[in-house]
Design a protein around this ligand. Structure first.
Ligand code: 5GP
Length: 115
């Protein structure tokens, strides 16, 4: 059984977070240390530690994460200019919280991902 992270407490509203969206599958909230003018994390409500642990039964929640990303980008007014969606996996990907999350970053020109 994978160990819960701070994100499970955010989902259950046991610790404060600026939650922008929540339904039966996913939760979205502002990153506590934003790396762009808009920096939102979108996560499944059930614990999946890394992208390596994703199963076919997770596809509904993963699809919802994408739908919610597009909706929140639109609501933030960054859809037309554009934005970046990132999921980090394990050490080389720079993953720090082991509850998968999609970063929605935008509100400025982000530059090339790799230069
Ligand atoms: P990772 O490096 O795992 O892809 O990204 C984890 C992200 O979670 C980081 O951008 C970090 O700022 C954010 N984060 C970590 N702890 C908290 C927290 O307690 N609340 C919020 N809102 N964001 C957090």
């Amino acid at each position: 059984m994978a160990e819960e992270t701070i994100f499970s407490k955010i989902i259950r509203r046991e610790i404060p977070a600026d939650i922008l969206y929540q339904d039966e599958l996913v939760t979205a909230f502002r990153d506590i240390q934003p790396k762009a003018p808009t920096h939102i994390l979108i996560i499944p409500n059930h614990l999946i530690p890394t992208v390596n642990d994703v199963k076919a039964s997770d596809e509904k929640a993963l699809g919802r994460m994408m739908t919610v990303a597009a909706k929140l980008a639109d609501e933030a007014g960054i859809a037309e200019d554009g934005y970046r969606l990132i999921m980090n996996c394990n050490k080389h990907g720079g993953q720090e919280v082991f509850h998968i999350h999609m970063h929605l970053l935008g509100g400025d020109f982000l530059g090339p991902l790799v230069s």
